[in-house]
Design a protein. Structure first.
Length: 383
């Protein structure tokens, strides 16, 4: 298939709606004056030192973190691998609770969630930090730094709910960096939004321990997992992480009936083979179910992978075709505006249900969670 041509009128619609936004999350506070007026209360001074959850004492003032599979054993006055959790006199603290470094109003499709309230916006925020080190990270300026190296703002969970109400956003998205390492903040935001009749979305690498994920499942509305690749080799060499815990997280989310979508950034020469797409599709179908949406997203040179070219669109199209052939019902192509893989189709009658251009929903034909043509139930969060 040749590179899809983006119709001029569609491009104008996408640009006007912000679908082709190129803003950097760390500048988001200053980019929207109305957002800034509502949310910004000035730079926070110092570190928050909020009591952490998910840890245990390891004796002699040492602690063992139970939040993620790194299972850091941290001496007094030291921090874990993520750099945002610190041992103080044998007690563990998160240093980024209530301290977002980025905040913006985004289309929910930007996360991307394609089966969650299409056409709506999400108040999107990030605190600094991450528990892995992807060479291709798009937001490395905030994920691969310590909290004192980036400007943050004091925002309580309640103020986040207030912002969502003010801007008419039915969801709050914990995104941009890695929400796992600020899970205490995520939990309290999600509990506050749930109480207010809203939903919190978590955009995560899925590198988290089952106990912590189970706790979060009690308050979260939906989760998008970045499944970086399908080999331990890729995770070790490109992410300084592990694949197996991420697969376990996906299984747990589906078991807990949390709406889940998956994104794989397809990188030329590293995780772009037809066989890897096939293995991913077979895992999803067998362990999660064919209705879990999968997004194959186009890579562009970033961070420490500046020497790798952008993904050919034909590679993404092939991955999508393979996944559909393996029996997945909802397979998408990301970062390619105008590609047919931007749209949602009914697995039964094959009619188009949702028409998109990149991150903008242009038409949604789903009626009461069903295809209007063949009446097939379409899974997702539609209202």
């Amino acid at each position: 298939m040749t590179e899809p041509e983006l119709h001029r009128r569609q491009l104008l619609v996408a640009l006007a709606s912000g679908a082709v936004a190129i803003c950097c999350p760390r500048l988001a506070f200053a980019q929207d004056e109305s957002l800034g007026a509502s949310l910004e209360s000035g730079p926070a001074t110092g570190l928050s030192a909020h009591p952490a959850r998910w840890w245990k004492s390891a004796g002699e003032l040492r602690i063992e973190c139970e939040l993620c599979p790194n299972k850091c054993r941290v001496a007094d006055r030291e921090r874990g691998t993520c750099g945002v959790r610190e041992n103080r006199d044998g007690k563990y603290y998160t240093l980024v609770y209530g301290r977002p470094c980025a905040m913006h109003i985004d289309p929910v499709e930007k996360k991307p969630f394609f089966h969650v309230l299409p056409g709506t916006t999400a108040v999107s925020l990030a605190a600094p930090g991450c528990n892995i080190q992807c060479k291709f990270c798009q937001n490395w300026e905030i994920s691969q730094v310590r909290p004192e190296q980036v400007q943050t703002y004091a925002k309580s969970p309640e103020s986040i709910v207030e912002a969502a109400r003010r801007f008419g956003s039915p969801t709050v998205a914990c995104t941009y960096s890695e929400p796992v390492v600020w899970s205490e903040y995520v939990f309290d935001i999600a509990a506050a939004t749930k109480k207010a009749g809203l939903r919190t979305l978590m955009v995560s690498n899925g590198f988290i321990e089952p106990g912590a994920m189970n706790d979060l499942c009690g308050v979260l509305g939906a989760v998008k997992i970045d499944l970086k690749g399908m080999t331990e080799k890729f995770y070790k060499e490109q992410c300084v992480g592990k694949l197996a815990p991420v697969l376990d997280t996906l299984r747990l989310l589906v078991k807990r009936q949390i709406w889940t979508e998956i994104v794989t950034l397809v990188i030329p020469g590293l995780n772009d083979s037809e066989q890897e797409a096939r293995e991913l599709a077979r895992f999803v179908k067998k362990d999660l179910g064919p209705d879990v949406p999968v997004h194959f997203t186009r890579f562009h040179p970033s961070y420490r992978l500046q020497n790798v070219p952008s993904t050919p669109v034909s590679t993404l199209t092939r991955a999508r075709d393979v996944a559909i052939a393996e029996g997945l019902h909802y397979v998408y192509v990301g970062n390619v505006p105008g590609h047919p893989g931007n749209n949602t189709y009914c697995p039964g009658c094959k009619k188009m249900l949702i028409r998109r251009i990149s991150m903008t929903t242009l038409e949604n034909r789903i009626k009461s969670d069903h295809c209007p043509d063949c009446k097939r139930s379409i899974p997702g969060i539609w209202s």
